[in-house]
Design a protein around this ligand. Structure first.
Ligand code: CP
Ligand code: NVA
Length: 330
C-alpha cells in the first residue's frame, strides 16, 4: 500500500483497507520501539507543527514520533506565528511547504486544514479541528483492537456532545471499520444528518451500524466500549458551561453505566478529562457549580476497565505511522 504524499485530514478520505494498513503499521512500529529497534529512515527531514489550540498528547506524539523517525521539528505555538493573523493560510502553507516535508495543524475549522493541504504541496496532518480528530481515532481503534483482537462487530457507545470532533470522528471510524456505533446524548447534540447519511453508507459496506439515542440504559447495555469526552471543548465560549452541565449530566460515565455494559466493557477517553476537578479550569468549575467530576467519575477513570493510558500511548505510535506512511518511509 502506498500512501506517499497523501494528507491526513479526516478518515472520510481513507478506505477501510488504508486505515487498517495504518493500524498494522502502527502495531509494527510500536513493537519495534518496545524492542529498541530504531526506525529512523526519515533522517534529515523536517516537519512543522502548528498549534492554534493547546495540546499535551498530540504535540508530544508528533515530536517524539518525528524524532524517532530521524526528523527535526518546529513547534509553532498558539501565539508564536503569523498564521491567521498577519498572514493567510494559503501563504503560510506555501512558505512552510518550501521548508518542511510535512505540516501538522491543530486549530479551528476543518476548512483551515483543507486550505493548508491545498496549498502546501506536502502532506498535511490534522491534529484536531472543531469537526474531526482523525489521529485520535487511529489510537482508539488500535487500543480496541489490541484489547479485543478485532474491530468488526465491536459495540462502541459515545456519551456526550456527539456533534463535535470526537463524536463525529467515532462515527466515521466505526462505520468505516465495521463497528456498531451508538451516539447517546440529548437529541440537540446528535451529529449533523448529512454526516450521519454518509456514515450510513460506509456502515452498509463494512457491516457496521449507527444508532442515535437519548436512552443511556438501552444504549450501554452489553456495550464493549464506552467512550466520552469533555462537555465543553477548546475554543468554545465559557457561556456554554451551565447549559452543558445541565444537558449532559445524565450522560456521565458512572460505575452504573459500566455495570450495565458488563464486565467485558472497557472505557476510553481521549483526554484531558475532568474526572476530578482539582486542577486549573476544573477547580473553577468545582467552585462555581459544586461538582466533583464531570463527564466521567474518578471511580471509572481509575478502574481496571479504563484503558485511557494505553490509548494515550497509542497516540504516538499511530501518529508515527501516519507520518512514516505519508512521507514514504514504508
Ligand atoms: N487527546 C488529545 O488530543 O490530547 P491533547 O489535547 O493533549 O493533544
Ligand atoms: N473535544 C475536545 C477534544 C480534546 C482532545 C476538544 O476539542 O477540546
Amino acid at each position: 500500500m502506498d500512501l506517499t504524499g497523501r494528507s491526513f485530514l479526516t478518515l472520510k478520505d481513507y478506505t477501510p483497507e488504508e486505515i487498517t494498513y495504518l493500524l498494522d503499521l502502527s502495531a509494527l512500529l510500536k513493537e519495534k520501539k518496545k524492542k529498541g529497534i530504531r526506525v529512523d529512515t526519515l533522517r534529515g527531514r523536517n516537519v512543522a507543527l502548528i498549534f492554534e489550540k493547546t495540546s499535551t498528547r498530540t504535540r508530544c506524539s508528533f515530536e517524539v514520533a518525528a524524532h524517532d523517525l530521524g526528523m527535526g521539528t518546529t513547534y509553532l505555538d498558539p501565539s508564536g506565528s503569523q498564521i491567521g493573523k498577519k498572514e493567510s493560510i494559503a501563504d503560510t502553507a506555501r512558505v512552510l511547504g518550501r521548508m518542511y516535508e510535512g505540516i501538522e495543524y491543530r486549530g479551528f475549522g476543518q476548512e483551515i486544514v483543507e486550505e493548508l493541504a491545498k496549498y502546501a504541496g506536502v502532506p498535511v496532518w490534522n491534529g484536531l479541528t472543531n469537526e474531526y480528530h482523525p489521529t485520535q481515532m487511529l489510537a482508539d481503534m488500535l487500543t480496541i483492537r489490541e484489547h479485543f483482537g478485532q474491530l468488526k462487530g465491536i459495540r462502541l457507545v459515545y456519551l456526550g456532545d456527539a456533534r463535535y470532533n470526537m463524536g463525529n470522528s467515532y462515527m466515521v471510524a466505526c462505520s468505516k471499520l465495521g463497528l456498531h456505533y451508538t451516539a447517546c446524548a440529548p437529541s440537540k447534540y446528535f451529529p449533523d444528518q448529512k454526516l450521519v447519511d454518509q456514515c450510513e453508507e460506509y456502515a452498509e459496506e463494512s457491516g457496521g451500524s449507527i444508532t442515535l439515542t437519548e436512552n443511556v440504559t438501552a444504549a450501554t447495555r452489553g456495550a464493549d466500549v464506552i467512550c466520552t469526552d469533555v462537555w465543553v471543548s477548546m475554543g468554545e465560549p465559557d457561556s456554554v458551561w451551565e447549559e452543558r452541565i445541565q444537558d449532559l449530566s445524565p450522560y456521565k460515565v458512572t460505575a452504573d453505566v459500566m455495570k450495565n455494559a458488563g464486565s467485558q466493557a472497557v472505557f476510553l477517553h481521549c483526554l484531558p478529562s475532568f474526572h476530578d476537578l482539582n486542577t486549573g479550569i476544573g477547580k473553577k468549575i468545582h467552585e462555581k457549580y459544586g461538582l466533583n467530576d464531570m463527564e466521567v467519575t474518578d471511580e471509572v477513570f481509575e478502574s481496571k476497565q479504563s484503558l485511557v493510558f494505553d490509548e494515550a500511548e497509542n497516540r504516538m505510535h499511530t501518529i508515527k505511522a501516519v507520518m512514516a506512511a505519508t512521507l514514504g518511509a514504508f
